[in-house]
Write a protein that binds this ligand. Structure first.
Ligand SMILES: Cc1ncc(COP(=O)(O)O)c(C=O)c1O
Length: 558
């Protein structure tokens, strides 16, 4: 069983197996927050409140609390107008594009191409021919890597990236570097935890080997913003092209590909109020026109012979097969929606919200927020990745969700090299969008304070031996070794402060649907969230030990 995929669930039959011994003394009543509402108001506070009705999904109860959705850097919610555009396509003119001569197909083709034009206008490209629809930003980057990279990079050429890039930016270029013999050069961070631009300039100028610079616009972990226009100038001076990962900028601010001067830029629809399954690549027309196809198939050809084919002009050359038609049309509706609000207004509001989030988090003791302070950068994006001393980020995220309905992210956020660079393996991340409000931030902060106080109250209550026992359990689990499991069971019972039935009984306490809180110490040592750790214990108990015991295989006593 995959540890990552494990969800903590107690089968009903399992509850009956738990003896009703008195519950251990734990602090209860965390569900109701004493959220102190701060008097601060944001200048453009109305935006969050006025747009919220457009997102019915936000108006719901999760785990008996009102949902507070703060995982927007992973994916945004979709307004009703986008949902309607999808529904209208499938309900009234669903058809394939570019091929049919009937009315439905003509209508679908018009709307699909109109969506492309909307995206082109949104990023101010010269024309819709410079916009290629892809499955997502990741596919757009792979398209450039395979179509441009394999033909234009030679052994010894350098590709410059920063250590703060997303995996979808790093991995395709690793593959291309392995195939071509080109070399990846990574720019480190400054003391303020921003990519070191002096180092970037130095790599470009001193070595004169760079063929491509691949950078984010806004970091999905650090919240920092790179001066893309300047970097493009430096890169072009040494003859290098620039690919910008704009996944975290296009949804939140005006992005103008002409002003930035980039050669390639990618973004994903699902982070900008659009549907999943579609993203786009902007490429300068002369560069796209010089590139070979990425995938072969229908739609991307002019003529097909048995031995060879001729290819269509971009963007069709890069859109083999039936595209995500409804989704692209949905993205067009998302662009209309965002443009209706105005990217300047969204950016202004989010910058205020970002500062409010940052300042509010700073009021929490023993917290480390990654990335520059708002005063140290042009502006900070409305997201904060952080760690709290001695509390695992997965526990923070689990507890916030289960106790307070607050959805944040924990993990490496697809930026493992960056986390390693920062000296941690994971972090918690709250990320906002324009439909979030100051009240959402207040609720999150109040819930976070309660969460931290809850977890820290359990620290140190278990002996090192108990910690070691659970650690050995996990090793046994990993090896799927039933004999050792029996030994572990006998062993664990010797530790009265770590009696497994108490652990499971705690999990059954109605006021707390989170489990395994007491394993905090161990989980930190093992870099596993407490709830995941206990899920493993429960899984073992239900799936292995009980059947084993019932069938008399077990030699250990229970
Ligand atoms: C900065 C950044 N780049 C790239 C991606 C990849 O986006 P997608 O998974 O939609 O391709 C993400 C998504 O999390 C991101 O935040």
């Amino acid at each position: 069983m995959e540890l990552e995929a494990m969800v903590l669930k107690f089968p009903l039959s399992f509850k009956r197996l738990i003896p009703k011994t008195p519950p251990s003394p734990i602090r209860l009543g965390f569900r109701k927050l004493s959220a102190s509402s701060s008097p601060t108001t944001l200048q453009s506070a109305l935006l969050g409140h006025s747009t919220r009705p457009d997102f019915p999904i936000l108006d719901q109860t999760v785990n008996t609390s009102k949902l507070v959705y703060l995982d927007n850097a992973a994916t945004s919610q979709k307004p009703t107008s986008v949902l309607n555009a999808l529904q209208t396509y499938y309900q009234t003119y669903n058809s394939n594009v570019h091929r049919g001569i009937h009315w439905l197909s003509a209508k679908a083709t018009d709307e699909y191409e109109l969506a492309r034009q909307k995206v082109a206008n949104f990023v101010n490209s010269t024309g819709s021919g410079e916009i290629v629809f892809t499955r997502n930003a990741t596919e757009a980057i792979n398209l450039v890597a395979y179509s441009w990279g394999l033909d234009n990079l030679r052994a010894g050429d350098e590709i410059v990236l920063t250590v703060a890039e997303h995996h979808s930016v790093i991995v395709p270029w690793q593959i291309v570097a392995q195939k071509t013999g080109s070399v990846l050069k990574f720019v480190s961070l400054t003391e303020k935890q921003m990519p070191n631009l002096e180092e970037l300039k130095e790599i470009l100028n001193s070595r004169q080997k760079t063929k491509l610079v691949v950078i984010h616009h806004v970091s999905n972990v650090l919240g920092s913003v790179l001066p893309v226009e300047e970097i493009v100038g430096w890169a072009h001076d040494v003859g290098a092209k620039v690919l910008v990962d704009a996944c975290q900028s296009v949804p939140h601010m005006e992005v103008d590909v002409k002003t930035l001067g980039v050669d390639f830029l990618v973004a994903s629809s699902h982070k900008m109020c659009g549907p999943t399954g579609v993203g786009f690549l902007y490429g300068k027309s002369e560069v796209l026109g010089s590139m070979r196809p990425f995938l072969g198939g229908g739609e991307m050809i002019v003529d097909v012979f048995l031995e060879h084919s001729t290819y269509a002009e971009p963007p069709s050359r890069f859109e083999a097969g039936t595209p995500a038609i409804g989704e692209a049309i949905g993205l067009g509706a998302a662009v209309d929606y965002l443009s209706g609000i105005g990217m300047k207004s969204i950016h202004k509001y989010e910058t205020e919200l970002a500062n409010y989030l940052y300042e509010s988090l700073c009021s929490i003791s023993k917290i480390e927020i990654y990335g520059p302070k708002p005063s140290e950068t042009l502006f900070r994006a409305a997201l904060c990745s952080f760690n709290v001393n001695n509390v695992h980020p997965t526990d923070i995220a689990t507890f916030l969700d289960q106790q307070y309905g607050v959805a944040i992210r924990s993990g490496h956020h697809c930026a493992q090299p960056l986390h390693r660079y920062l000296g941690v393996s994971s972090s918690a991340r709250a990320s906002l969008y324009f439909y979030n409000t100051k009240e959402d931030v207040d609720t999150f902060i109040a819930a976070l304070k309660e969460t931290i106080s809850f977890f820290t109250s359990f620290q140190g209550i278990f002996s090192e031996e108990a910690a070691a026992a659970v650690q050995s359990l996990l090793l046994v689990y990993a090896k799927d070794d039933l004999a050792s499991l029996c030994l572990w069971f006998d062993d664990i019972k010797k530790h009265k402060d770590m009696h497994w039935i108490d652990v499971l009984h705690l999990a059954d306490t109605p006021d707390l649907n989170i489990t395994g809180l007491m394993l905090n110490l161990i989980s930190n040592r093992m870099d596993l969230g407490v709830s995941r750790l206990l899920a493993i214990v429960v899984e073992l108990f239900v799936s292995k030990w009980i059947p084993m015991y019932q069938s008399g295989v077990a030699s250990c006593s229970g």
